[in-house]
Design a protein around this ligand. Structure first.
Ligand SMILES: [Zn+2]
Length: 400
């Protein structure tokens, strides 16, 4: 790789100030990235889709509906059950399937994926999709609260890692309260519990509103580090393809930070192509935070985790052993990457990330996520790790 060009690209992306999901800045960054692909000799297309400005607004829709469900409990428990169930089902379905249901009213903003392909010399037998998101997350008090929770989540069992699991649990509890009220009548205990639920929703709503209006962060490690890595890998492939019957596709996604909407939009739009040529994805996210690692499962914000294919995990483990990486994985972190949107659509692949021991991501989603604070040595190791995985993906045998 060319370390100076890599650093230049990270700094150029940081120089936009922010690349907040579905904002004009995100669009400008898309144009810049399309230019970089074109300069490398890859013809880019910019694909538009409907995105959101923040995850906060999408969560808020669900929390407000659940709060209304609590408010009407004293008059009509049946309506409470219907509204709370709708909020719960939509929250989990949106987060696990990477689709838009109840949050549609706040998911109408224009966002863009930058996409390009390097066709092989011979007829293609396989496609490798290199992906990284280029948008950045709005700041907010929520990220200060999240810091200790994230480390706690890193050490907790796989099925308890979802950061919005307590909220989903609260919605389920609300339904139980309404059922109890139908059965037992207006006993005071149920009223007190319902009031407590309302207080929690009010606090959550305040937190989400503050987050929704937060200025997006510069996003050097998350995820200019991954975007620059994808460009490096694509350029290396142009110079020296790992196989002459593998198509290399490059996808730089928008709106990852608001629910993996770019990755989902790409996979939905290219469904036919994916069905007609076996596709493996290699998603690179936030390799500038610490030593390279690979994931064994993707954890949705709310809902059951999805595991990566054992063959892909073994391939990463082999690459990590060759590179002498310590504790590289498989890991699971409390929150998803674009890999979840691909897994949810049946695409095989892996996600690589970077973090310090114990799941520590310094400056995650804060204004300190700058190139000055980024670990470029770790990112370089991440690029080399990704390169090794990509080359292995190109030559593994097709599944029988
Ligand atoms: Zn992020």
């Amino acid at each position: 790789m060319d370390p100076s060009r890599y650093e230049q690209r990270v700094r150029a992306l940081e120089a936009f100030g922010h690349r907040g999901s579905a904002t004009p800045n995100e669009h400008k960054a898309a144009e810049y990235l399309a230019g970089q692909l074109r300069q490398s000799g890859i013809e880019p297309t910019i694909e538009e889709f409907r995105g959101a400005r923040s995850m906060a607004s999408r969560f808020l829709v669900h929390v407000l509906l659940a709060a209304i469900a609590s408010l009407v409990l004293v008059w009509t428990p049946i309506v409470t059950i219907v509204l709370a169930a709708a909020a719960l089902v939509s929250l989990v379905w949106e987060q696990t399937k990477c689709v838009v249901w109840l949050s549609r009213p706040v998911t109408l903003h224009r966002s863009h994926n930058v996409y390009g392909r390097i066709p092989p010399a011979r007829p293609a037998r396989r496609r490798i999709l290199l992906s990284a998101h280029y948008d950045t997350q709005p700041s907010g008090f929520v990220w200060t609260i999240n810091r200790p929770l994230m480390e706690w989540g890193f050490h907790s069992p796989l099925y308890l890692k979802s950061p919005m699991l307590p909220v989903a649990g609260l919605m389920a509890g609300q339904i139980a309260l309404a059922v109890a009220r139908l059965a037992l009548g207006p006993i005071p205990l149920l009223t007190y519990l319902n009031d407590a639920v309302l207080v929690v929703y009010a606090l959550l709503a305040m937190l989400f509103i503050q987050w929704a209006f937060g200025r997006p962060v510069p996003g050097a490690a998350d995820n200019a580090s991954g975007v620059a890595a994808v460009l490096e890998l694509a350029e290396e492939w142009l110079r020296d393809p790992a196989a002459d019957d593998v198509e290399l596709a490059v996808l730089l996604t928008g709106c990852e930070e608001c629910g993996l909407l770019g990755a989902a939009a790409w996979a939905d739009r290219h469904r036919q192509e994916i069905a007609s040529l076996p596709t493996l994805f290699l998603n690179i996210d936030a390799i500038g935070f610490g030593p390279p690692r690979f994931l064994g499962a993707e954890v949705p914000a709310a809902g059951p985790p999805l595991r990566f294919d054992p063959e892909m995990v073994a391939l990463c483990a082999a690459a990590a052993a060759e590179a002498g990486l310590i504790d590289a994985g498989p890991h699971a972190i409390p929150g998803p990457t674009d890999g979840l949107a691909f897994l949810a659509r049946g695409i095989r692949g892996v996600t690589i990330v970077g973090f310090r021991d114990g799941g520590v991501l310094p400056h995650y989603h804060t204004f300190q996520d700058t190139s000055q604070n980024m670990d470029f040595a770790a990112a370089r190791a991440g690029v080399e790790f990704a390169q090794s995985i990509c080359r292995k993906m190109a030559v593994i045998r097709d599944p029988k």
